[in-house]
Design a protein around this ligand. Structure first.
Ligand SMILES: *[C@@H]1O[C@H](CO)[C@@H](O)[C@H](O)[C@H]1NC(C)=O
Ligand SMILES: *[C@@H]1O[C@H](CO)[C@@H](O)[C@H](O)[C@H]1NC(C)=O
Ligand SMILES: *[C@@H]1O[C@H](CO)[C@@H](O)[C@H](O)[C@H]1NC(C)=O
Ligand SMILES: *[C@@H]1O[C@H](CO)[C@@H](O)[C@H](O)[C@H]1NC(C)=O
Ligand SMILES: *[C@@H]1O[C@H](CO)[C@@H](O)[C@H](O)[C@H]1NC(C)=O
Ligand SMILES: *[C@@H]1O[C@H](CO)[C@@H](O)[C@H](O)[C@H]1NC(C)=O
Ligand SMILES: *[C@@H]1O[C@H](CO)[C@@H](O)[C@H](O)[C@H]1NC(C)=O
Length: 472
């Protein structure tokens, strides 16, 4: 190690004689203290200051390395009169500012509260002789996991160099838990593995690697994975009929089941025929809360706002309401959120023709079933059953000059409530259409059989069932 010590202080100080005259120093005497320090400050290496007090009194010596107005390390030692002591200042980490701003060592000596000497010197900065790169495979570990440690020793110009390295591991209480001393490196590199026990101290652990006098630290944390503190659950229907209010339940509870008291902010996003609009609400919650959102008035507003246009007809299967609930716990301000999408349907009942033939024959009976079910697949209530269903049957007749009946009719369902049979692709309406209305009652299972007498020259049959729609 280079021993280029520079004597920076050979001062004179007065020994304070007594209480009567504390502020007036005695006449100058022989040098009373001698302080030396290496001229060069080496990055990553502790700085050692040697202090000799030649006078009889003990002196409290405080040394500090400064860069501009920043203190980078400080040490204080009481040195007895007539003795020499070494003071070790912590190593200075290397960073960009190391090259730009000068370092200064300031040494002050006190007897009691009185400053008896003060001096300072600039220190030259020298980059480290070697640098150590320390890595772990992860920043966080769980008990029982293995910590994989890699160390690489490189010269200031970035080349790996083979030196012996010491590696130690300290737990959060700074207990030395494991050490590998004087480990040989291969191409500057060494790899070690440290197995955490099943029940290690939790917190911030430290790996310290040392090569010559250069040290490098790396921290890692050991914790049980932190799970969300509480969860927000929404119990909503997945389908809603547009004449009903959206009622649902929010549950906020800690993972161990205790209810959370807090404030809920709710944002509803209504997607309607491809257009969205937002509505906000809030409510307090204590574990559980019931909420309701007035959907019918939303639709009535839309209607009055002249939202309706035939163009929108096409989109009505994709209407929805997104619910976003954010619960903020009162005590901690911790926030968790949850969201759900509810489809909005325009019809309370689904109607479907079943068991119908795919061709029709003039003069025969046409039998089929109409299946009525609720939009949310719940069984039919007495009220549902009390409604009657009206079928409108149109038979368009062959004109005398039309093509022959083709035997296999062209069958279409344009939507679930509309059945259509066309006997021929060449139909010229002759205005002779018989329209019949059938009133059907709804049985408990919703399956409604019906029959139609086909006329002898039917060319086109359409059967339609009337339904009520929210917005029309
Ligand atoms: C500090 O030390 C230097 C060199 O030893 C000396 O010349 C200077 O006078 C000292 N300064 C004070 C304030 O004592
Ligand atoms: C250091 O502190 C002095 C006084 O507090 C101030 O005048 C000066 O600007 C500071 N220098 C820097 C580099 O911050
Ligand atoms: C460099 O280190 C000094 C002291 O450790 C610190 O005050 C400064 O913010 C650091 N600069 C950068 C760029 O990290
Ligand atoms: C829906 O909620 C509104 C406002 O709370 C209420 O006035 C209305 O009667 C409710 N409608 C239905 C169908 O429950
Ligand atoms: C819910 O929380 C996540 C994560 O903080 C955030 O990205 C998202 O925007 C939040 N959603 C709402 C509706 O606030
Ligand atoms: C079903 O289709 C018929 C014929 O295109 C149409 O008139 C009727 O409005 C449609 N019904 C629904 C509910 O879209
Ligand atoms: C209309 O059709 C009915 C039933 O097929 C038939 O009796 C009647 O003569 C037709 N009227 C005309 C004007 O074609």
């Amino acid at each position: 190690m280079e021993q280029l010590h520079t004597v920076i202080i050979i001062g004179f100080f007065a020994v304070i004689g007594g209480a009567q005259n504390p502020m007036s120093p005695a006449p100058l005497q022989s040098p009373s203290y001698l302080i030396s320090v290496p001229r060069v400050l080496r990055s990553g290496v502790p700085t050692t200051v040697s202090i000799t007090i030649l006078a009889k009194s003990s002196v409290l010596v405080i040394s500090e390395i400064m860069q501009g107005n920043n203190s980078l390390g400080r040490a204080q030692t009481t040195v007895e009169g007539g003795s020499t002591k070494l003071q070790v200042l912590p190593p200075i980490p290397e960073n960009d500012s190391s090259y730009w701003y000068p370092y200064k060592l300031i040494v002050n000596g006190y007897i009691g509260q009185t400053l008896v000497f003060s001096n300072s010197t600039m220190l030259q900065y020298s980059p480290r002789s070697v640098s150590i790169l320390l890595q772990t495979d992860k920043p966080k570990y769980k008990p029982g996991q293995a910590v994989k440690i890699r160390a690489l020793v490189i010269t200031p110009d970035g080349k790996p160099c083979d030196k012996q390295i010491d590696i130690i591991i300290m737990d959060p209480r700074e207990n030395l838990i494991r050490q590998w001393l004087a480990v040989d490196t291969l191409l500057g590199e060494t790899a070690n593995e440290f197995q955490l026990s099943q029940n290690p101290p939790l917190g911030t652990w430290k790996i310290i690697a040392t090569v010559n006098e250069v040290t490098q630290e790396k921290i890692f944390t050991v914790s049980h994975y932190v799970l969300p503190k509480f969860e927000v659950l929404l119990d909503t229907p997945d389908v809603l009929y547009c004449e009903e209010n959206l009622t649902y339940t929010v549950t906020a509870q800690y993972l161990y089941g205790k209810p959370v008291a807090g404030k809920m902010s709710v944002v509803y996003v209504h997607g309607f025929h491809g257009i969205t609009s937002s509505h906000e609400d809030w409510k307090m919650i204590d574990g559980k809360a019931e909420l309701s959102f007035d959907v019918p008035s939303l639709f009535h507003k839309k209607k009055s706002a002249d939202y309706m246009s035939p163009f929108y007809e096409e989109f009505d299967t994709s209407d929805y309401i997104d619910i976003n609930v954010q619960v903020t716990e009162l005590l901690t301000g911790v926030t968790y959120n949850s969201s759900a999408r509810v489809s909005v349907v325009m019809y309370k009942y689904n109607l479907e023709f079943q068991q119908h033939p795919f061709t029709i024959k003039p003069s025969l009976k046409f039998s089929a079933q109409l299946k009525l079910s609720t939009y949310n697949r719940r069984p039919l209530t007495a009220e549902d059953q009390s409604r009657s269903v009206t079928l409108t049957v149109n038979q368009e007749h062959l004109t005398p000059w039309m093509l022959e009946w083709e035997n296999s009719a062209n069958f279409k369902t344009r939507n679930s409530s509309h059945l259509e049979f066309i006997a021929s692709t060449f139909i010229y309406p002759n205005g002779n259409i018989s329209v019949k209305s059938l009133q059907l009652t709804v049985p408990a299972d919703g399956v409604i059989p019906f029959q139609i007498e086909l006329s002898e020259n039917v060319a086109m049959l359409t059967i339609e069932v009337m339904r009520d729609k929210c917005d029309s």
